[in-house]
Design a protein around this ligand. Structure first.
Ligand SMILES: Nc1ncnc2c1ncn2[C@@H]1O[C@H](COP(=O)(O)OP(=O)(O)OP(=O)(O)O)[C@@H](O)[C@H]1O
Ligand SMILES: [Mg+2]
Length: 251
């Protein structure tokens, strides 16, 4: 088995007495598409914070491309090829769509080269996302769905090897959600990135990913083939009482 591009081992995050992330392991290989699901408050976003340098874990290690980055700053993670979006949208509203993408590029610096030319060119990134026609418009005037795509564009501007998406499709209509899922799939298929995707839309996510990990009360309770995970009794149990679609109906 090839060495993992991103490896989290025994990651723990405490907020006072609350253990928000409780000994989570996750291995992601180059080009792999991994979903992360779990009920509200399961620790998904907090776990992402540790994978991108936003939070230093209280215990555990984060290794990217063979280098231990545990506790390092976000720009260090970016330099090593980790890019992310945030659950709360963060486009610069007064800057144009193209300027937003260029900001992502500046954030990571130009040190790391990528095989794909697309990463050198904000226009090409916007074209890939279907946003070429709004490149010069202020980001704040775009539809919510297009702002979410632009956030992916900002992350792509950082020339990542692994892209972390935190509910990037939240609040979209069903048609927009399907289109967004297809686009995320193309990021992996056509740009060759590893993608780790958190989303509550379990059915749509399960249909796209290679593998899905389930967090519940800070612990990883399942990790594997989406069809097998959806039938896992511990996963079904974790989702009982959750609003929305039951996990067993997802595949
Ligand atoms: N900065 C913080 N200070 C204190 N507690 C926090 C903080 N951030 C998160 N928490 C708590 O940690 C737990 C995990 O939160 P987290 O946001 O990681 O969950 P999540 O799985 O992303 O949930 P959601 O699906 O609602 O986004 C929750 O109980 C949350 O209230
Ligand atoms: Mg979250």
């Amino acid at each position: 088995m090839p060495e993992a591009l991103l490896s989290a081992r025994g990651v723990e995050v405490r907020f006072g007495g609350l253990v928000a992330v409780d000994g989570v392991d996750l291995e992601v290989r180059a080009g792999e598409f991994v979903g992360v699901i779990g009920p509200n408050g399961a620790g998904k976003t907090t776990f992402f914070h540790t994978l991108s340098g936003v939070l230093a874990p209280n215990a555990g290690r984060i290794v990217v491309g063979g280098e231990d980055l545990t506790g390092r700053a976000p720009h260090q993670f970016a330099r090593h090829g980790v890019a992310r979006t945030f659950q709360t949208p963060r486009v610069f509203r007064d800057m144009s769509a193209a300027e937003n993408v260029r900001f992502g590029l500046e954030f990571a610096g130009r040190a790391r080269r990528q095989a794909q030319d697309i990463f050198d060119d904000a226009g090409a990134i916007l074209g890939f996302l279907g946003l070429a026609d709004v490149a010069a418009l202020p980001a704040g005037g775009l539809t919510p769905a297009r702002q979410r795509l632009l956030e992916i564009g900002m992350a792509l501007g950082a020339r990542p090897r692994v892209l972390l998406l935190d509910e990037v499709a939240a609040g979209l209509t069903h048609a927009e959600l399907e289109a967004c899922a297809q686009l995320i799939r193309r990021v992996r298929d056509e740009l060759g990135l590893a993608v780790i995707w958190i989303e509550h839309a379990v059915r749509v996510l399960m249909n796209q990913v290679d593998r899905v990990a389930v967090l519940h009360q800070g612990r990883k309770i399942a990790d594997g083939d989406p069809r097998a995970v959806a039938r896992d009794p511990a996963v079904v149990e974790a989702y009982l009482g959750e609003e929305g679609e039951p996990v067993e109906a997802a595949v």
